[in-house]
Design a protein around this ligand. Structure first.
Ligand code: MF3
Ligand code: CO
Length: 247
């Protein structure tokens, strides 16, 4: 069941989402070659707690960190650890914060130093997939138009869309209905109502969309070992468009 938010609830959602936005900016200004993924997690943990919020990922279904830090062939849910970031890597940082009784959630993919043309294009196209998806999105839009637009744009650029992870609703829970796939048929799915809050999060692979989960139980990697990128924002569906909470 999709929980449509009141204006009061949307007002409460602004703080955790603004903390996530600011934290991603903070990380983007500091992430560099030589840091471990655990160092990135420490930046995130300390920023969120210093902001008076709780890192929602920490302990979620047993997840052991405050951020998901996924490098190159890692698609999502990379557990921070000893992996050292190197020039040429692309690193997706996905994080959630809880405050006011509500969650915020967003992700960015950062380039470490100079990265290959293909990775640069992958990161750019993944971001552009999000902006394509919100073009014309407003109350009354069929849910799967979002995925349709992401898939069209990703595939027209020669990339593929991850199938086994999706966007989601967000609110008092980090993951609420509906599931928001990054693929779909135009004109299908429920018509979104004003006040619905969604995390739209294209996860795009340079090669095949097939993924597997490592023995750590979390880290999703591409089966072909080629890179993937991730970009996510939380948005409110309005009568005449969307309001982005994490930009
Ligand atoms: N931030 C992720 C999302 O976009 C959720 C990560 S769950 C975790 O939905 F436990 F892996 F952190
Ligand atoms: Co999310």
């Amino acid at each position: 069941m999709i929980c449509v938010k009141s204006e009061e609830e949307i007002a409460l959602l602004r703080a955790p989402n603004a903390i996530v936005r600011d934290c991603l900016k903070f990380v983007g200004e500091r992430i560099r070659a030589g840091m471990t993924t655990k160092d990135v997690d420490t930046l995130v943990h300390d920023f969120i707690t210093a902001s008076g919020a709780v890192p929602s990922c920490l302990g979620y279904c047993g997840y052991p960190a405050s951020a998901c830090v996924s490098v190159n062939e890692e698609v999502v849910h990379g557990i921070p650890g000893d992996r050292v970031l190197a020039e040429g890597d692309i690193v997706s940082v996905d994080l959630c914060a809880y405050r006011n009784g509500f969650h915020g959630d967003a992700a960015r993919t950062f380039c470490i130093g100079k990265v290959s043309e293909e990775k640069q294009r992958l990161v750019r196209v993944t971001e552009e997939c999000f902006f394509r998806a919100i073009e014309g999105l407003k109350a009354g839009t069929p849910l799967f138009d979002i995925g349709y637009k992401v898939q069209q744009y990703a595939e027209s650029n020669g990339f593929s869309v991850i199938r086994s992870y999706t966007g989601h609703g967000i609110g008092r829970e980090m993951h609420e209905d509906p599931s928001v796939p990054n693929f779909g048929r135009k004109g299908t799915g429920v018509r979104l109502q004003a006040g619905t809050v969604l995390c739209i999060e294209p996860m795009i692979a340079a090669g095949s969309w097939r993924v597997r989960v490592l023995d750590d139980g979390w880290t999703a990697v591409t089966v072909d070992g080629r890179p993937a990128a991730h970009y996510e924002n939380a948005v409110v569906i309005r009568e005449d468009g969307v309001e982005i909470l994490t930009l």
